[in-house]
Design a protein around this ligand. Sequence first.
Ligand SMILES: Cc1cc2nc3c(=O)[nH]c(=O)nc-3n(C[C@H](O)[C@H](O)[C@H](O)COP(=O)(O)O)c2cc1C
Length: 215
Amino acid sequence: MKRRNMTTALVGAFVLAGFLQTSCAPAPKQAAEPQEENNQVIETIMARRSVRKYKDQPVEREKLQQIVTCGINAPSGMNLQPWEVRVVDNADYINGITELFKAANPKQAEDPNFKNMFRNAPAVIFIASPADGSGQLDCGLLGENIILAAQSLGLGTCCLGGPVGFMKKGAEAAPYVERLKLPEDYQLLYAIAVGYPDETPDAKPRKAEKVLFVE
Ligand SMILES: Cc1cc2nc3c(=O)[nH]c(=O)nc-3n(C[C@H](O)[C@H](O)[C@H](O)COP(=O)(O)O)c2cc1C
């Protein structure tokens, strides 16, 4: 290879390596150095709270892509990856289904902070699992990866079961479920609201007594 071509190839490889490191691509095979102080993973986990108030600011598609890529890098039993993931940042979709939700739940929409049924977020990620009830544990792990990756990028999230209950219950929301184009043998399991946080909620108390060391 000529020297100029070699330089171009090396620069290209360097840029690609940088991209892969900042995206959610699998990291190179090496054990992480134990990090007792300033551990960013632990800080991210402990700083995360469910956010229900978001800025009027769309989430960049690149960031949405990055967090769902982290999601599908979660472990799954026998690597079956029993999930379907749908990212919706379309205001027409979110506002359209919210109108149906408001008609069915007028009390919830009375809240002056109410913007939409997905805890007011500008984007929502739907997670579906096999209709036979399998894969739910795997889907939970996928979701936590998404949630923590989002937190690390300065995004807020809220795991949501309620809105999915509404979508699965009545016929009125069926056209919105159809738009998700899930395989026949999959059903919606839960959703994750995503957006730039406009609140910093305090941590809710945890039941530390539920954890025991067994001697
Ligand atoms: C499976 C699941 C379903 C949830 N559904 C809702 C929901 O429908 N609406 C909501 O506002 N929060 C929902 N949450 C968020 C919980 O209320 C929240 O995680 C919990 O109160 C602890 O607060 P934290 O997330 O700030 O630590 C859900 C969380 C989980 C794990």
